[in-house]
Structure formats: structure tokens, C-alpha cells
Write a protein that binds this ligand. Structure first.
Ligand code: VGL
Ligand code: ZN
Length: 205
């Protein structure tokens, strides 16, 4: 068992990010087994769930004439347009059926406001609106975070960088993540995480 101040945060292990889903991350389902093993080893365990209304501004379908994977300028900055995914209450938004959700202490939903996306589990994409996760972790005495999940170059990476910025000690277990890799996003995320002081390690040693 890890020490009492260590939390596992498993990001967005949902059907739409797994093969067959609306925004499938290649081999996204491969990490369910290692993440289940990690859930058993940490004293504090958080799952996040991407949770969008059908009207969400990150969906290409809500921008007439726009195609998925393009970019639009939002009041809070550039936003990638995605296929509609993780719509509240749909099967695509459910966790992967083999994920051991019973072990979670907290399930944190994000991206639920139609006008703003939230890649990070800590702040929405305006980089200032908090999700509440920082307060939860601090009030449980957590100082060290281990992050895993989907996708390494979006929601895991942004969460890791925000956590480091907030002063947590942050490790990302790369082999318990999978990436989208859109236009060099994976290489960029690795650089940004390293610059933020995030440790990139492997669960399998
Ligand atoms: C994610 C794109 C859009 C993720 C969520 O979980 O990495 N990526 N929404
Ligand atoms: Zn999303």
C-alpha cells in the first residue's frame, strides 16, 4: 500500500475513449487492467469522468460548417473541435465496464458547462475556473499524485501540469496511459509536463 498522502487520479476511462467509442484513443482499453491494480494500492482514489451536455461548445457538430479536429477561437483561447463524445447519461459517457469503479472514493465530473471545455481535472479551459478537486485532495491530506488514464496528451497532461503548478508532487505512469496524438500533441505534452516538473515513469518499472 502507498503512503497515506498519496492519491491515484485515473482520468476519463470511459467507453467513448476506448475502441468503438466516439473519440476512440488507440488501445485505450489496454490500460483498464493496470489501472485496476493501481486502484487497489492507493489510499486515496479518484476517477474523473468527461461529462458534456449535447450542446457542448467543444463538439464540431455544434459549429455549422466545422469539421472534427479543427480549431476555433473561444473567449478563453483556441479550442480543438471534437466528435460529439461523453454526452451526459449516454453509454459513451459510462466508465469502461471492466474498470473497478467500486474502489473510487470520489468520481469527479468535468466539462459539464456547455460554453467551456475542461481537459484538466483541476481547472476548466479558461485556466481559472476550479473544479473543486484541489480542495478535496488537500482536505484529505494528499501531497503526492499519481496520474493515469486517457488521453495522455490532453486530459492527463493538462491535469498533471495543473497539479504540479498547484504544488503537488506529480508522477504520470506512461504505460497506464494512451494518447490521441493529434498534430504532434503527444510530443508537445511530454515537453510541457517535463517543464512543469512532472515525473514520467512506468507502472511496470
Ligand atoms: C479528452 C478530448 C476531449 C480527454 C476529453 O479525456 O483526453 N480529450 N475531451
Ligand atoms: Zn471532452
Amino acid at each position: 500500500m502507498r503512503d497515506a498522502d498519496e492519491a491515484l487520479v485515473a482520468i476519463d476511462l470511459q467507453n467513448d475513449f476506448c475502441p468503438g467509442g466516439a473519440l476512440a484513443v488507440p488501445a485505450g482499453d489496454d490500460i483498464v487492467t493496470p489501472v485496476n491494480a493501481l486502484l487497489a494500492a492507493f489510499p486515496v482514489r479518484v476517477l474523473t469522468q468527461d461529462w458534456h451536455p449535447a450542446t457542448h461548445t467543444s463538439f464540431a457538430a455544434n459549429h455549422p460548417g466545422a469539421a472534427p479536429y479543427g480549431t476555433v477561437d473561444m473567449p478563453y483561447g483556441p479550442q480543438v473541435l471534437w466528435p460529439s463524445h461523453c454526452v451526459q447519461g449516454t453509454m459513451g459517457a459510462d466508465f469502461h465496464p471492466a474498470l473497478n469503479t467500486d474502489r473510487a472514493d470520489l468520481i469527479l465530473r468535468k466539462g459539464f458547462r456547455s460554453g467551456i471545455d475542461s481537459y484538466s481535472a483541476f481547472f476548466e479551459n479558461d485556466r481559472t475556473t476550479p473544479t473543486g478537486l484541489e480542495g478535496y485532495l488537500r482536505s484529505r491530506g494528499v501531497t503526492r499524485l499519481t496520474l493515469v488514464g486517457l488521453a495522455l496528451d490532453f486530459c492527463v497532461g493538462w491535469s498533471a501540469i495543473d497539479a504540479a503548478r498547484l504544488g503537488f508532487s506529480v508522477t504520470v505512469l506512461e504505460d497506464a496511459c494512451r494518447a490521441i496524438d493529434l498534430n504532434g500533441s503527444l510530443a508537445a505534452a511530454r515537453v510541457a509536463m517535463a517543464e512543469a516538473g512532472v515525473r514520467l515513469e512506468r507502472a511496470d518499472g
